[in-house]
Design a protein around this ligand. Structure first.
Ligand code: HEC
Length: 164
């Protein structure tokens, strides 16, 4: 009986030491992780901390090409908003198709990054711009804004999923 009690006491003591040690170890690795992330940001500003988005692993030339294309997308959206507010639906329709639609250039661009999921999302985005271009021809402001919002949803969705 006494032997059993001693065994239990020893077991409890061992497990207390073990779990305390593990707790410290966990705390330590968490702190270490924060420090190492800060060091990376400071010493290598170009290196990205993992934020959960999928990296396309682009080379410097592809990166530049993609960002240039993206800035043109943003410009197109700004132009479309200005044209819609002027009720210039014909020009808005033209900009929607030529700058955001499924042109050969856009399709090739989407395929050039070697990620099927990215390519499909990009193609669906461009198709939504084709539809938006058609909707503008109806000259209905509410429907037009709705179409623009729908296309911009793809901008938001892709940016939340992918990074360079
Ligand atoms: C299929 C994916 C996809 C779609 C759709 C998309 N983008 Fe992008 N965009 C990206 C990626 C990837 C980046 C780079 C982000 C990064 O690495 O942090 C980017 C970056 C950008 C940038 C930053 C440009 C710079 O010079 O830094 C802008 C602005 C932008 N996008 C605007 C838009 C707009 C506006 C739309 C919609 C009309 C759009 N994008 C649709 C994938 C997409």
């Amino acid at each position: 009986m006494k032997r059993i009690r001693i065994t239990i006491i020893i077991a409890l003591a061992v497990s207390t030491v073990f779990f305390t040690a593990c707790g410290d170890k966990l705390k330590e690795t968490k702190e270490e992780k924060i420090i190492s992330e800060k060091t990376v940001e400071k010493t290598m500003p170009m290196m990205q901390v993992d934020d959960g988005r999928i990296s396309l692993g682009l080379n410097p030339m592809q990166k530049q090409h993609q960002l240039k294309n993206m800035r043109s997308h943003l410009e197109a959206v700004q132009e479309i908003i200005a044209l819609l507010s002027d009720e210039n639906y014909d020009d808005a329709s033209e900009v929607a198709y030529t700058k955001l639609g499924s042109t050969t250039e856009m399709k090739l661009m989407c395929a050039s990054f070697g990620d099927k999921k990215f390519e499909n999302l990009g193609l669906t985005f461009h198709e939504s711009a084709d539809k938006m271009s058609e909707i503008f021809k109806k000259r209905d402001k509410k429907e037009s804004l709705n179409a623009l919002s729908n296309t911009m949803n793809y901008c938001v969705q892709c940016h939340a999923t992918f990074r360079q």
